[in-house]
Design a protein around this ligand. Sequence first.
Ligand SMILES: NC(=O)c1ccc[n+]([C@@H]2O[C@H](COP(=O)([O-])OP(=O)(O)OC[C@H]3O[C@@H](n4cnc5c(N)ncnc54)[C@H](O)[C@@H]3O)[C@@H](O)[C@H]2O)c1
Length: 363
Amino acid sequence: MAKKLRVGIIGTGSIAHAHLHSYLKLADDVKVIGGSDIVPGKARAFFDKNDLPQAKAFDNNEELLACELDAVSVCTYNSTHAACTIAALEAGLNVLCEKPMSVTLDEAVEMYRAAKKAKKILTVGFQPRFDPNMDLVRDIVGSGVLGKIYYIQTGGGRRRGMPGGTFIRRELAGVGALADIGCYSLDMVLSAVGYPKPLTVSACAFDNFGKNPKHSRESDVFDVDDHSVAFIRLEGGIVLDFRISWAMHMDSMGDTMFFGTDAGLKIKPAAVNHAWSGAWDGTIGPMFLYSDVAGQHCETPIPLRNPSDDRFLLKVKKFCDAVREKGESPIPTIQSVYNQAIIDGMFRSSQLNKEVEIKIPKL
Ligand SMILES: NC(=O)c1ccc[n+]([C@@H]2O[C@H](COP(=O)([O-])OP(=O)(O)OC[C@H]3O[C@@H](n4cnc5c(N)ncnc54)[C@H](O)[C@@H]3O)[C@@H](O)[C@H]2O)c1
């Protein structure tokens, strides 16, 4: 019988539960060895609550990384993704790091280089990648039916869906809505067009809801964006019009649209009437192809595929499979670097109030 994959979890907060439960569902092939959290006792309480008294728990990452492990999930808040990921890679482990990849482009570049040097897998946790309807978008765009794509509009919005805690403090989250849910929207459209290199970005960021006690229970400590818009130039003459929102007086931030020289593809938000509506998490709503047939303007509904019941489990499983088979990262690491480069550019541009260049070093 093949040896089980030995995994650990760094950061035992909310999303760590989803990682743990996914690993437990894969228990035939995977063994959870332990975890760590910088809050004393938190990792122990996490495993005890999940009926895993035999799991090792540490209040620092060094002791966890010294255990015999093959891989870790990095489930810390954004500002410590880079340090935890690099430490794990340097310890010779494969890493599934939660999204967004990091806070800055420099951090993402260091993470990429550390993975390359260690010859280990580093993948970022974009579970919508494993949704069959995201595959459908990629299949349609990849089929060439749209012709040359020159303009993409995407984003997503929650009418009310502002997180709290570690998500709204710059020191911990680094960036707000534009990274937290914006990274998904970026990944959705950019993976469909093969992740062209981003060149420039002009962005504006707002905090009208987060800083208002009427809408936020933590307005006094809120210091990230809750709504951002950007205009991004991509290699190959593609323009990306991006909008994202945690809270707004509107039902949607609009559809996701690919404009091509031969046809157009529109993806409507998945659940406009839901407070957390929008395509921000890659959940695909009704989809339509716009084309000319015999001189007539046609709008063709595209039947959706059956959505996967557990995209999160698939993301963890694909990571485990890749580690076991010594394969490639399920999501190419360079794509996550490009995703982060745009987030970094949007943040800088919104701070400087002007368009900025995106310079990705040679990798
Ligand atoms: N993929 C998804 O669906 C999804 C959903 C929610 C959150 N997330 C991502 O997961 C990450 C964590 O989110 P969360 O909601 O679990 O946050 P959280 O604040 O509940 O948990 C983060 C934990 O990390 C610990 N931590 C921070 N720095 C550490 C370090 N250096 N070493 C060890 N532990 C450390 C904190 O003490 C905390 O317990 C974020 O990056 C977030 O964007 C992803």
